[in-house]
Design a protein around this ligand. Sequence first.
Ligand SMILES: Cc1cc2nc3c(=O)[nH]c(=O)nc-3n(C[C@H](O)[C@H](O)[C@H](O)COP(=O)(O)O)c2cc1C
Length: 403
Amino acid sequence: MTHTAFEPVSLAGIKLKNRIIRSATYEAMADEKGFPTEKLKKLYINLAKGNAGAIITGNAGVQANGKASLFTMTMIDNDDKISAYREITDAVHEYDTPIIMQIVHCGRQTRSKITGLPTVAPSAIRDGFYSEDKPKELSDNEINEVIDNFVAAIVRTKQAGFDGVQVHLAHGYLLAEFLSSHTNRRKDRWGGSTENKYRIIGEIFKRAKELVGDYPILVKMNAHDGRRNGMRIEEAACIAQMLEKSGCAAIEVSCGCFEDNLYTIRSEKLPAEAAMKYTFKFKKLPGFIKAIAIPIAKTFIIQPKPLLKYNLDAAIQIKKAVSIPVIVVGGINNIDDINDIIGKSKIDFVSMCRPFIIEPDIVSKFKKGTQAKSKCIMCNHCAVMLEVQPLQCHYGRLPKTKS
Ligand SMILES: Cc1cc2nc3c(=O)[nH]c(=O)nc-3n(C[C@H](O)[C@H](O)[C@H](O)COP(=O)(O)O)c2cc1C
C-alpha cells in the first residue's frame, strides 16, 4: 500500500493529521528555573494552527548536571513543573495536534560554568567543541541515578498530558555518548559490546514501562557521525532492533555531534561570522584574530555533504531492520521530496526543524499547494544565536543583539 503525506495516521496510538512532524527544536523560551513560558506556549499553538502532523518539543533536561549551556532550557526535572506543561498540552490539543516531549541529558556537551556542576560522561574524554577539562566518568551509582531521572521525567511527561515522549539518543548527548565507542571506553557492563553500551537505554525502557505501560516512548538516534570509532549504520541498525525489543514506539533517524562541525544541521556555508561574534568559544578572541580566523575557517572547514535528505539512506536501512515506525529528519525542505520519501522510499514519517522556524504554517502551505518549498536558506544563524537569545529565524543576517 502506498502512503501519502496528508492522510490521517496513527503512530503507536497517537493520531496525526498528516505524516509531517516538527522535529525537536531547542526554543530557549523557559524561565531561569526551566519552567515553560507563555512565549513557548504561543510557539506551539502556531505550529498546531499551521497543521504540523505532530510537534516534538525542544529537548528538556532531566537533571541539573545535564542541562545545556544555552539560553534558558526547559527542564522536566521536578514534579513542580507538571502543571505548567499541562497548560501547554491542553492548549495544543485544542487544535487536534499531538505534542511529544523530547528529554535529554547533555552529558559532556555542556559547560560546568553554566550548570555549576562538573560535566559527566561515560568516559573521561574531553569534548573537542566544549573544550572543558575532561568530564567526570560516571560511577555505577551515578548511572543508576541518571536512569531514575529519565524514568521520572517520562512519568512526568505522561502526567503533563503529552501524547508521548522522545528520549534523545542522538547528537552526542549523554545517551549517544554511551552508544558510541568514540566516547564510551568503559570496560565494565556499561561499555564494550553493543549490548553493554545499550544497557543504560534498555534499563530506562524497562523501568519506565513498568510505570507508564503502553504510553509511547520514541527515540531520536544517530545512524552515523563523523567520529573515529563513532556510530556507523551497521551498529545503528542493531541498536534499532534492540530498541524495538525494548518496546520503543518509533525511531527518528539523525546524525552527528557537536565536535563534527554542523554535520547534524547542515548548511552550505559555515556561519563563521555569527559564531565568532556570539558563541562562548570565540567571542572573547581579539578582533584581529577573528579577522584572520573567519576566512581560514571558511576555507578549511569543509561542510559535510549532501545538504539535502542526508539521513534518508540510513533511515531506509534502519526501516529494513525493524517493524516499528521510522521518522527521517535532515535537509528535507520540499513537498516533492516528502511525497517520494513516504510514497517511494516507504519511510513512515518525515520531520523538519529549520523549515518550521521560518514558517510555522509550512504544512498548511504544502497542503493547499500555495508553496512547494521551504523559504529557509539554511544559514544556521538560528542555531548559533541560541546561546544568547530565544529561537528565531535570522535569514542570513547578523542579529543586532549585543554579543
Ligand atoms: C535551532 C535548532 C535547534 C535544535 N534543537 C534540537 C533539539 O532540541 N533536539 C534535537 O534532537 N535536535 C535539535 N536540532 C536538530 C534538528 O531537530 C534536526 O535534526 C536538524 O536541524 C536537521 O533537520 P532540518 O534540516 O530539518 O533542520 C536543532 C536544530 C536547530 C537548527
